[in-house]
Structures are given as C-alpha cells and as structure tokens.
Design a protein around this ligand. Structure first.
Ligand code: PEP
Ligand code: MN
Length: 339
C-alpha cells in the first residue's frame, strides 16, 4: 500500500501507478478525503525494490504481506510442522523435547557420563559443542573433530540423538555425519552462506535467534534453510540483548506465543544461555512449557565449577533427573509428554 502525501497531484499519482505497473502487480488507486492510497496487489518483492519512497508525492510505503514466506503460517495455511528425530517428535503440540548436555565436549569421560545422566533423567536428545563460537578468540574453542568422535560414541552408548553446532561451512560434512540435528548458533543466525549449506545437509536444523535479532529476522533466516528444501527447522529463543544486565540476556518469553501465531515451525527455549545462572534455569524452563514451547535445550555438567565454558549456567548433573521430572510435570499441564 502506497500512501501519498495530502498535496500529491494527479501527475504524481499517475507516475506511481505507472512505476508499479512495470512489476506486473495489479494497481488500485483509492482516493480518500485527505490523501490517496494506492494498493499494489501481487508479488511484493518487485515493489519493495522500486524505491517508491523517493518518488515525488509519496508519503510512505506500508507492506501488507509479511517479508518471510516459507516460515510463515500464512503459507497455504500450513499446519504446524512436526518431524521425528530418531523417534522423538519435535513440534506438533503433544510432545516436549528435553535437549540436555554439556555446553562443550571437554573430554570423553565427562561427556559420556553426562550423556548417561541425561538419558537416565529422560532427556530426548544430547547437546554438546565440538566447535564453539567464543566471544574471545583466546577462549577454549572446543575439541573440533575429536569432539565429534566423542559425541558419536555418546550416541552409540546412550541411543540419544546428537545436537551439535555447525560453525563453519568447511566442517559441514564432518558435523552432518555425527549430528542428528545441526545447530546454528545465535552469532550465526544471519550467516546466510552457512544457513544455505545447513539447508542442504539432510539433517534437521536448530536455528537460534541472534542476540540482537528481531523475530521477523529470525523467520527470514529460517527461510534461507527452508528454501533449500529442508522443512525440518526448529527455532530457538535463547535470550536477547536489552538494557537489563542482571541476567546474561533477557529471555523473550513473548517470542514463543508470537512465533506460534506467525510460523508453522516448532519453537524451543534455551533458558541456560538466556539467564546465565543455573538458579534461573528451572523457573524459565517451566515458563517455557507454560507459554507453549515445544521443548527446551539446557546445559548440564558433572562439576560446573570446573567447566571450561558456561559453568555458572550449567545444571549440576546430579540434579538433572529431579529437574527433568518437575519440568515434565509442567509440560504435562499443557498436554505435552517428554519426547
Ligand atoms: C550453544 O548453545 O552452545 C551456544 C553457543 O548458544 P548461543 O548460540 O545461543 O549463544
Ligand atoms: Mn554454552
């Protein structure tokens, strides 16, 4: 919809109409009492690129259709997407995925031990980073390929599907071989080349919201994966930057019901990175269940004080089973059973 200024004359209106018609859209001129509005009905992409805001007599261009397409719940009235990861259902409304594990694969023994602990506690999948995006280049960046081998062993021992991050396109084949779900980290949400590669690997993609990204941007990032023909995308709210510094990030809980209205994709919550504080993880996990999330992803460590990364937010492994039981009880209130 192009809204003209009150002083726009017939020649200016005609010029906008002609310009719009070059893109093949149907043009509808609607004179009002004060201003004229011009509707452009059809594919909005061409219209966006016309730069109509700069034309004489144009006050503003108001997009009516949404900028994300494949992720949109408007897409041919798309039913909620759900898919199985080795028998665990993600999305669809009747399951709650509990993804748990260390922030980082630090060594074989502790990773296998945490894997056994979270499996016994009812986890749906095991998380753990072999390639870590670190804010400082001098911090521990993960074990890399040997870390992937440890994850493969954990999978063989526990039967838990593996969720691990793809940080760089050059690791794509190696990560895809071990990962049952490929994680795209918050810092890479708008790494479009990486998203396109992730879309071609034949694995579900867990796409984390960027630290300073809007929900519209998240859905447009999801479109990058979806357009490669990969429908198995799960979105993750993991906290955003706000003025508040008491918590590591601010968990945007309203993102979950908003996303449920605007996209067909499943949505999970990461209360660990959002809060940065293990004492807040359970209340936020319960809140995630209450607002309709399809699951959570949490960090767990046998001895968080000794963790190489994100210790303060890691749940103590010995406490995991009780945590999982209480969160599952909250998910059950919404009719969801652990996946
Ligand atoms: C992670 O889950 O390991 C991680 C690094 O999280 P984020 O990308 O959300 O910071
Ligand atoms: Mn972490």
């Amino acid at each position: 919809m192009i809204v003209m200024t009150p002083g726009a004359g017939a020649a200016e209106i005609a010029a906008v109409r002609e310009r719009l018609e070059t893109t093949g859209v149907h043009v509808l001129v609607m004179p009002g009492e004060l201003t004229t509005a011009i509707g452009a009905i059809g594919d909005p992409e061409g219209v966006r690129e016309l730069g109509l805001e700069g034309m004489p007599g144009v006050d503003r261009v108001v997009p009516i259709s949404r900028p994300y397409k494949l992720a949109s719940s408007e897409l041919a009235h798309h039913a909620p997407t759900s898919f199985a990861v080795d028998g665990r259902t993600v999305g669809g409304g009747s399951t709650f995925c509990l993804i748990a594990g260390p922030c980082t694969v630090e060594d074989r023994d502790s990773t296998l031990a945490v894997a056994q602990t979270v499996r016994a506690g009812g986890a749906s999948m095991l998380r753990g980073g072999a390639f870590k995006p670190r804010t400082s280049p001098f911090a521990f960046k993960g074990l890399g390929l040997p870390g992937l081998e440890i994850l493969a062993e954990a999978r063989a021992e526990t039967g838990l599907p593996i969720v691990t991050e793809l940080l760089d396109t050059s690791h794509a084949a190696a990560v895809a071989e071990v990962a049952d779900v490929i994680q795209i980290g918050a810092r890479n949400m708008q790494n479009y080349a990486l998203l396109e590669v992730a879309g071609t690997l034949g694995r579900p993609v867990l796409l984390k919201r960027g630290l300073s990204s809007s929900l519209e941007e998240l859905l447009m990032a999801a479109d990058y994966v979806l357009k490669e023909g990969n429908e198995r995308v799960v979105l993750c709210e993991r906290g955003i930057r706000t003025f508040e510094t008491a918590t590591r990030f601010t968990l945007d809980l309203s993102a979950i019901p908003w996303l449920k209205l605007h996209t067909h994709l499943p949505v999970i919550v990461d209360p660990s990175h959002a809060s940065g504080d293990r004492r807040l993880v359970e209340p936020l996990a319960r809140a995630a269940a209450a607002v309709g999330a399809d699951g959570i992803i949490v960090e767990v460590h046998p001895d968080p004080a000794a963790a190489l990364c994100d210790g303060p937010q890691a749940l103590v492994a010995a406490d995991f089973a009780a945590f999982a039981e209480r969160v599952a009880a909250h998910a059950a209130l919404d009719g969801r059973a652990l996946a």
